[in-house]
Structure formats: structure tokens, C-alpha cells
Design a protein around this ligand. Structure first.
Ligand SMILES: [Zn+2]
Ligand SMILES: [Zn+2]
Length: 381
């Protein structure tokens, strides 16, 4: 029956860890609540620690491993880096260095060979299957040279399993024992230890599976990444994955005011506390341009499907193309202007007279482009 099973390719260490933590969580949790009668005080204690560890470890992945280390979307002082590396280790999702390397490969080769969690190989593969077998070929860690210079990252890379064990599975039972004896220790081991590890791991796995399956693609339909408000709730804001794949260096994933992105809020709070800086944002007009392009593409697809494309007047098509070019020029000029002014502010250097004249010229060119845009729009009607 198992003659053809590729046992030699099984990643035993990870597979056994995933199987046993899942078993301990699924069997241990109901057993604990049935075997022991918990007082209200004890229940609140257990649930509070469970919740705290869930948030601390998920945020360490989304804010630390992902947006800070993988994408360099902001800079953080050492206490933030240390905290996210320590609690990140307790999420048992491997070291930050390996995680970031895999993730950078994912963005570079999304949906193709070279994407470690390629969704085109199936939902299960992208969710957890890629961890159960040794990847063939193994992704090279040749894309994280910048992180290799970070002493904290390299320290965590060396001791990740020990740190994870102490923080995630040893300290919680000790705290439980100090307050509620052996019963408290057991509860902390099962709930804050194993159950929390399983819940947090699957929340992260959802980003690679569900966030490439469920939701809309308002910014770019060239790849499988999708935006989903529901997924954002389970992933601390990472559910706006289509935006993230379109603008991966933005510290925000949910850019609209109504979108739920606690990781973005936390980064913003840290910046106000002086613990984070250089928060990278994509200019609003670039985001709008991407949305317009995608909407346009959708309309064209619908027209094509309805067989209307041949009937479309050529002139209108050309006008639309021209309108797009003008808008694109408009957006990039504005972005350049932002960049110039931001750089001058960052350098604390006064703008020279020549630079001011150059900016003035750029503004005139934008105004000219806008006036060109009017007749183009009239033709497009
Ligand atoms: Zn993705
Ligand atoms: Zn990413």
C-alpha cells in the first residue's frame, strides 16, 4: 500500500511536530475542561494568558517576521526587534531568517516554480503540505543577505528552537503553577502552549492558502493573492493580500479607512512612541491608478466575453489608452515630487533655488498634462 510513498522526502521533524501539537491540542483541550472543575477566577486566568500569547505571537509574525524583516516596510528599535524575534520563535514557524527567505521567494515567484507555497499546486499544499515534505529544489537562502548582518536575527536563527521552547512551553506552565498549582500548570501547557501554537500556525497558514483563494482582486489580477475582510480578522490585518502583493513595501495592508489592520495600527503606535520610524507608504494616486487599471481590465474582459470588443469604436479605444498614459504620467510626476520634497525634509537640507525652479517646472508640466486630459476624455465619451 505504501510502496510508492516518498518516505525519503518526508520532513520528519516538522511533520511530527505538526501532528503531535495538533493531537495534544485537540485531545488535551476537551479533556482538561472535562477532567477539572475550574473556578471563574481560574478560567479568566487561563483565557487571558491564552489570548495574550495568541496576540503576541501572531503580531510577532505579521509585524516582525513579515512587515519588518521580510519587507523592510519600516525601521524598528532593538526592543521591538527583540520582542518580535522572541515571541516569533514561540510561534514555532522556524527562524525569522528562514521565514523571510521563503517569503521573499514567494513574492518573487508567486504562483510559479520557486514559490515555496505555490497555490497552483493545490489548497492543501499551500496551507501545510509544503512543510510536510522537503522542498525540491530546496529554496536557497540567497535573498536575505541584509538580514544576515543583523546580530539579533542571527542570534535568534541559532537558538530559535530553544527560545521557542522556553517562551512558548516552559514559562506558561511555571506561571500557571505559581498561581493555581499543578492544575494551573497543566492548563497553561495545553491551552497557552499547544492549543495556542496550533491556532496561531493555522492563522499564518491561512495567508498562504485562503488569502490566495477567497476574496477580490481590486489592485492586480495577474496573481492569485486576494483581499478579504474576513481573513483580515483572523490574520491581524494580513487579509488584504492583493494590496500587499501589489505594494509589498507598504507598512499597511489595509489602506482604506474602514479596513481592519491591527498590525498597521500597532506599527503606527510604535512610531508615535519613538520605537519605529521610516514607515513606507505608497502614494494615494499610485494606489488609485492600480485600482483604475484593474477596473478597466475587468470591463474589457466582460466586453470580450460578451463579444462586444470588435464593435467598440477604434477611436474610443485609442482615447482610453491615451487617457491612461496621461494619468500614468500624472501619477509618476506627483510621486517624484513627493520623493524630492520628502528626501529634502529627511536630509534636513534647504531646497536650493535651482531645485525649486525644477519643481516649479514639474508642476507646470502636470498642469499641462491635466489640460491635455480634458479633450481626451471628451473624445472617450
Ligand atoms: Zn501571498
Ligand atoms: Zn509579504
Amino acid at each position: 500500500m505504501f510502496n510508492n510513498f516518498p518516505f525519503h522526502r518526508v520532513n520528519w521533524k516538522t511533520s511530527l511536530f505538526l501532528i503531535f501539537t495538533t493531537l495534544f491540542a485537540l485531545v488535551g483541550t476537551p479533556w482538561y475542561f472535562l477532567a477539572f472543575e475550574l473556578t471563574t477566577q481560574e478560567l479568566i486566568f487561563q483565557l487571558s494568558w491564552f489570548f495574550f500569547f495568541c496576540v503576541a505571537t501572531i503580531m510577532s509574525i505579521t509585524l516582525g517576521y513579515h512587515r519588518l524583516f521580510s519587507h523592510l516596510s519600516f525601521k524598528a528599535k532593538w526592543p521591538v526587534r527583540l520582542a518580535t524575534l522572541v515571541f516569533g520563535a514561540a510561534s514555532f514557524e522556524n527562524s525569522c531568517l528562514s521565514w523571510a527567505s521563503d517569503h521573499r521567494h514567494h513574492h518573487k515567484n508567486c504562483d510559479h516554480d520557486g514559490d515555496p507555497y505555490d497555490i497552483s499546486r493545490g489548497f492543501f499544499y499551500a496551507h501545510v503540505g509544503w512543510l510536510l515534505f522537503k522542498l525540491d529544489p530546496m529554496p536557497l537562502q540567497n535573498n536575505v543577505n541584509d538580514l544576515k548582518k543583523d546580530k539579533l536575527v542571527m542570534w535568534q536563527n541559532k537558538w530559535v528552537h530553544l527560545i521557542g521552547l522556553i517562551v512558548g512551553l516552559v514559562i506558561p506552565p511555571i506561571v500557571g503553577y505559581l498561581f493555581f498549582g499543578a492544575q494551573g500548570a497543566l492548563g497553561m501547557l495545553i491551552l497557552t502552549g499547544f492549543l495556542r501554537i496550533v491556532v496561531v500556525m493555522h492563522c499564518t497558514f491561512f495567508i498562504n492558502s485562503l488569502c490566495h483563494t477567497i476574496g477580490k482582486r481590486p489592485y492586480n489580477s495577474d496573481n492569485s493573492a486576494r483581499d478579504s475582510g474576513i481573513m483580515a480578522v483572523f490574520t491581524c490585518g494580513e487579509g488584504y493580500h492583493n494590496y500587499h502583493h501589489s505594494f509589498q513595501h507598504d507598512y499597511r495592508n489595509g489602506v482604506k479607512p474602514w479596513q481592519f489592520d491591527p498590525t498597521k495600527w500597532m506599527i503606527w503606535i510604535l512610531s508615535k512612541l519613538g520605537l519605529a520610524s521610516n514607515l513606507r507608504r505608497v502614494p494615494q494616486e499610485k494606489i488609485l491608478l492600480a485600482e483604475m487599471r484593474e477596473a478597466q481590465r475587468l470591463i474589457e474582459k466582460k466586453r470580450e466575453n460578451a463579444g462586444l470588443n470588435q464593435d467598440a469604436p477604434q477611436e474610443a479605444c485609442a482615447a482610453r489608452q491615451r487617457a491612461e498614459e496621461v494619468l500614468e504620467g500624472f501619477a509618476s510626476t506627483i510621486s517624484d515630487l513627493y520623493a524630492t520634497v520628502e528626501k529634502s525634509l529627511a536630509d534636513k537640507a534647504a531646497l536650493s533655488k535651482a531645485k525649486l525652479t525644477e519643481i516649479e517646472g514639474d508642476i507646470h508640466s502636470v498642469v499641462r498634462k491635466i489640460s491635455q486630459f480634458k479633450p481626451v476624455l471628451a473624445k472617450a465619451k
